[in-house]
Design a protein around this ligand. Structure first.
Ligand SMILES: Cc1ncc(COP(=O)(O)O)c(C=O)c1O
Length: 400
């Protein structure tokens, strides 16, 4: 009898680990490595939020709480959804977990039976397909293309839906592309969903507050109120408030689903960290003005990276609406050879050669389900980004 479960055998180890491990090895060997792989803001949690965490410790708010969140945080979340998204929820429609990741995982665990399908537009955040597999479901990947700005078209969504479809996972702005759906492009998708009443929507709105230029964030239940009863609107404080390590994510949706997620959490991790919950209350109810400063900073970095990558030979880099990623195509380099003699047979070979020959670490597109591309996170200083892009340009110049 095998010690490990059959379910685990269906799940792949993270394909991003190879690049991360290699980057760490090179750094340990004294190489000058610039990491463009980070999925988190490069600045600290704002002072007033840190102080709220410290105050919680000092006030002895260090005990267990209700498994899916303190009433104060649930109230703050209801207020956030009303204020920012025009969505009305009551506290018994809200769940708080240890990060957005646990929210999504709980929801899938609570709902999937063997054979249930989950539509995942590609490129996707690496965890979606494997979380679906762990929960016993079947991921159905719907590939988008660079020509539509990596946005799923209504036709592609229609084609992916079958009688077995339980969920669509919808992430805007997206990790890894930064692509965002405006009201019209989202409405086109919700119109399709309205024709398929058995399909539910799990949104991943993690990057809501990282949206640039005149792009206006919107979320499915807001765009199509007819979907309210079959939408789980997921969000969190990790990215907008630079709180990745505090581990707080949340969601709002149908009461029965929220109760099922609570049951899973009560038998697994119990409540998310009590101190972090109090800090999250401050994040959601305290001053929000620094968000606009961060957006300006990130938009400037995005402009720099998009411009410099488009100047690199064989690279095409769309200008995304949000998040802190770009997802350039390297179609123009496939089948050629780098100056260091590496055959660029696919995007993984590109990322490996780029790291070995220039010390720039990026994540290859196959990890996100759409090739040939690579993901750059621009959550690092302008000086580092400029140097990294210069090295990428030199590397691409040397490919022949
Ligand atoms: C699209 C997306 N969803 C969810 C998460 C998970 O967020 P958290 O750190 O709150 O678990 C991430 C983090 O990288 C993400 O990029």
């Amino acid at each position: 009898m095998s010690l490990l479960s059959d379910t685990l055998a269906r799940v792949k180890p993270s394909p991003t680990i190879a690049v991360t491990t290699k980057a760490a090895e090179l750094r340990a060997a004294g190489r000058d490595v610039i990491g463009l792989g980070a999925g988190e803001p490069d600045f600290d949690t704002p002072e007033h939020i840190k102080r709220a965490g410290i105050a919680a410790i000092e006030a002895g708010k260090t005990k267990y709480t209700a498994p899916d969140g303190i009433p104060e945080l649930k109230a703050a979340i209801c207020e956030k959804f009303a204020r920012e998204n025009g969505l009305s929820y009551t506290p018994d429609q809200v769940s708080v977990a240890s990060g957005g990741k646990q929210i999504l995982y709980n929801a899938l665990m609570a709902t999937l039976n063997p054979g249930d399908e989950v539509v995942i537009p590609a490129p996707y955040w690496v965890s979606y397909p494997d979380m679906v597999l762990l929960a016993g479901g079947t991921p159905v990947v719907a590939e988008t293309s660079i020509d539509t700005g990596f946005r799923l078209t209504p036709e592609q969504l229609e084609a992916a839906i079958t009688p077995k479809t339980k969920w669509l996972i919808f992430n805007s702005p997206s990790n890894p592309t930064g692509a965002g759906y405006d009201h019209a492009s989202l409405k086109a998708l919700t119109d399709v969903l309205m024709r398929h009443p058995h399909v539910h929507v799990m949104t991943d709105d993690m990057y809501e507050h990282l949206a640039y230029d005149d792009f206006e964030f919107c979320t499915p239940a807001q765009v199509e109120p007819g979907l309210y009863d079959r939408t789980l609107t997921c969000n969190g404080v990790s990215k907008a408030y630079a709180m990745t390590g505090w581990r707080i994510g949340y969601a709002a949706g149908p009461k029965a689903l929220i109760a099922a997620m609570r049951k899973i959490q009560s038998q697994s991790t119990s409540n998310p960290c009590t101190i972090s919950q109090w800090a999250a209350v401050e994040a959601l109810t305290g001053p929000q003005d620094f968000l606009a400063d961060n957006v300006r900073l990130f938009a400037g970095r995005r402009d720099l990276v998009v411009r410099m990558l488009n100047e690199a030979k064989g690279v095409t880099c769309p200008n995304p609406e949000g998040a802190f990623y770009v997802y350039p195509s390297i179609a123009g380099l496939i089948g050629k050879t780098s100056a260091g003699g590496a055959l660029i047979k696919d995007d993984e070979a590109f990322a490996t050669a780029l790291l070995e020959e220039t010390g720039v670490a990026v994540v290859f597109g196959a990890a996100f389900g759409l090739s040939p591309n690579f993901r750059v996170s621009y959550a690092t200083s302008e000086a580092q980004l400029e140097e990294a892009c210069r090295r990428i340009q030199r590397f691409c110049d040397g490919v022949a």
